[in-house]
Design a protein around this ligand. Structure first.
Ligand code: A2P
Length: 315
């Protein structure tokens, strides 16, 4: 499996199994199937609510000798209600317990937004800690402590803009190794990619296939359907592969990591096989021209009057 080299010299497998939206009762089997078909990277998060089932699946593959812990790359993410410095390590410990692991390979700050400890899904301004009440440098110093204690090998962020990364770079001892962001041809994020390349921060693409299975309340009317895009489909026919494979191959050609979510065995295998698809310069140009830009996960649900968070992506 192709890998991407991080600034701490670790190598992350370029295709990982996404587990956001993977239903309880399905996600464990998907993880087992993925590992048995060659995946070595599983992308998790506490807020997905399925880490316990993933932990059982990991125990199964370890017990049955399919793979060793050292051969796997496991990422998880710190939820917004555990950004205060005393809460970061306990949140990570809970994730480790749920996943039945001794350490993570990568732990990410999920969003640049802090909730009060007792809040899981913030609905009103009072549910938030204002940025000045819980600055990112406070969270980050605890993330650095997690590395010192051997609870995670690498640390990074998710949903961070160039502006927010710049701030973090100035206030960190360990530089973030990764920024996981929404990324696909309708949102090609060229400026962010360029900045991250300059500063040796790798990029993981979430929603790499356009995230068509998001809950209804996260969807806008008349959203563009990425997998149906004519250019993508034409290129797929030319390479005798599927549109999803073209999309994943596009990410890999840009030296990004991609975490397509699937709970379907055939599609799990199909997605992994994308690494063998070689796109031409013309293909890359045609796909690059599809940038709208369009966000499927626009982050506006965190922007409430008076909570201190506006313009999450600094656009
Ligand atoms: P399923 O889980 O039934 O396979 P994203 O990774 O952008 O969030 O997209 C996830 C969505 O894409 C899910 O609806 C998933 O469905 C679907 N999907 C995953 N792999 C493929 C594929 N190879 N072809 C078509 N749809 C796919």
């Amino acid at each position: 499996m192709k890998t991407v080299l991080l600034n701490d010299q670790l190598e992350i497998p370029a295709i990982g199994l996404g587990t956001w939206k993977s239903a309880p009762g399905e996600v464990g089997q998907a993880v087992i199937e993925a590992i048995r078909s060659g995946y070595r990277h599983i992308d998790c998060a506490a807020i997905y609510g399925n880490e316990k089932e993933i932990g059982e699946a990991l125990k199964t593959v370890f017990d049955q000798g399919d793979v060793t812990r050292e051969e796997l790359w496991i990422t998880s993410k710190l939820w917004n209600n555990a950004h205060q410095k005393d809460r970061v390590l306990p949140a990570l410990q809970t994730t480790l317990k749920d996943l039945q692991l001794e350490y993570l390979d990568l732990y990410l700050v999920h969003w640049p937004v802090a909730f009060k400890p007792e809040v899981t899904g913030a609905e009103k301004a009072e549910d938030y800690l204002r940025p000045e009440e819980c600055p990112v440098e406070e969270t980050w110093s605890a993330m650095e402590e997690a590395v010192a204690q051997g609870l995670t090998k690498s640390i990074g962020v998710s949903n961070f803009s160039v502006k927010k990364l710049n701030h973090l770079l100035k206030h960190s001892t360990i530089k973030p190794s990764m920024n996981q962001v929404e990324l696909h041809p309708y949102l090609s994020q060229n400026d962010l990619l360029e900045f991250c390349a300059q500063h040796h921060i790798a990029i993981t693409a979430y929603s790499p296939l356009g995230s068509g299975d998001r809950p209804k309340n996260m969807k806008k009317e008349n959203e563009p359907a990425l997998l149906q895009n004519e250019t993508i489909n034409t290129i797929a026919r030319a390479h005798k592969c599927t549109p999803a494979q073209v999309l994943i191959a596009w990410h890999l050609h840009r030296n990004c990591v991609a975490i397509p979510k699937s709970t379907n065995n055939t599609r799990i295998e199909q997605n992994a096989a994308s690494e063998h698809i070689s796109l031409t310069e013309d293909d890359m140009k045609a796909i690059g021209d599809l940038n709208i830009p369009y966000r499927y996960v626009d982050g506006s649900f965190f922007e409430l009057e008076g909570n201190g968070y506006t313009n999450i992506f600094d656009e």
